[in-house]
Design a protein around this ligand. Structure first.
Ligand code: FAD
Length: 286
């Protein structure tokens, strides 16, 4: 199918992009186009105008510091995935991005676009939610920072107002004695997951579990973050943590997998991801 008609703006600066959005409240930002263009072609979206940010050089950034990774609105999935600097500071990004679609989609799609799309089945929202990251939004009126916990309001419902562009997202670094892991199962590699989990485990000085947390995709309307410190206990009873998760989640079934199968699978992936995260939290031998 072909998209409905729309006006097209190709600004060269952030200011021009924000002006174009401010002038038309039903305009939409076009980033990688990997979700928006299919929606237009299927006529599931009909914005009056597209504001294509691909020429806005100041959004094409990837900044890595000791405190975390800041992806600008034009940082493609592939760029973030391939960045050794980003992987050193926050390895969960690379682990999760390997499960996002296929290389061709990752070459074009953006990490911030994935957050702004707010698909509960997507990997990046769960990663941001687990890490307690933030999204920086800009409009003609100014800038504000939105915490991950407040950013995902519902399926495809980010906390962005008309006229706002998500200019960057910040993924905090891994704290000391902390490991992270990502696990998912899809029918084919690159498909949206039947179930997926991002996990984080922090050990104390005696190498007992001080904190265990997991974020889930595809089981709720927004990324679901569960504190598993209590159920796992200080010795890391991952089977107990997985059992707790199976009781807490309420996945929906569809033609690809029933609800019971998804619940079971989520438990299995939880145990796997927590075990791997805990192993990664151990200090390097030697
Ligand atoms: P676009 O398609 O350009 O935009 C998506 C939405 O976000 C639009 O509403 C747009 O207005 C808004 N938006 C984008 N950027 C901004 C911004 N900076 N500020 C404000 N609003 C903005 N994703 C997964 O997570 N996991 C998968 O397994 C997966 N599989 C896929 C398989 C296929 C075959 C395809 C085509 C896509 C798949 N995707 C998957 C989606 C892909 O990751 C997209 O790249 C991503 O969802 C959106 O990023 P984008 O830059 O392409 O955004």
């Amino acid at each position: 199918m072909k998209p409905p008609p729309f006006a097209y703006h190709a600004p060269r600066t952030l200011g021009e992009a924000l002006d174009a959005l401010a002038a038309d409240p039903s305009a939409k930002v076009l980033a990688g186009g990997q979700s928006l263009i299919p929606l237009l072609n299927m006529r599931l979206a009909a914005p009056s105008a597209l504001v294509d940010i691909n020429r806005v050089a100041e959004l094409d950034t990837l900044r890595v510091g000791a405190d975390g990774v800041r992806a600008g609105a034009l940082a493609r999935h592939a760029r973030v995935e391939r960045s050794d600097e980003a992987a050193a500071v926050q390895p969960l990004l690379r682990s999760a991005l390997r499960h996002v679609a296929h290389p061709a989609v990752r070459n074009r799609g953006t990490v911030v676009g994935s957050l702004a799309h707010a698909d509960p089945a997507a990997e990046m929202p769960a990663v941001l939610a687990l890490l307690g990251g933030t999204v920086e939004a800009a409009s003609a009126a100014g800038r504000r920072t939105v915490a991950a916990g407040a950013f995902f309001r519902g399926p495809m419902e980010p906390a962005l107002e008309p006229g706002e562009i998500a200019v960057s997202a910040f993924f905090p670094a891994v704290p000391p004695r902390t490991g992270t892991a990502f696990a998912e199962t899809a029918r084919r590699h690159g498909d949206y997951a039947l179930a997926g989990v991002a996990a984080l485990v922090t050990l104390d000085a005696g190498l007992r579990v001080a904190a265990a947390r997991a974020a889930y995709l595809g089981v709720a309307a927004t990324p679901l973050v569960l504190d598993l410190t209590g159920p796992a206990g200080p010795d890391g009873d991952w089977a107990a943590a997985a059992a707790h998760v199976r009781e807490r989640i309420d996945p929906e079934g569809d033609v690809h997998a029933g609800a019971d199968y998804r619940r079971h699978l989520t438990g299995v992936l939880t145990g796997r991801a927590l075990r791997t995260a805990a192993a990664r939290a151990l200090p390097a031998a030697g």
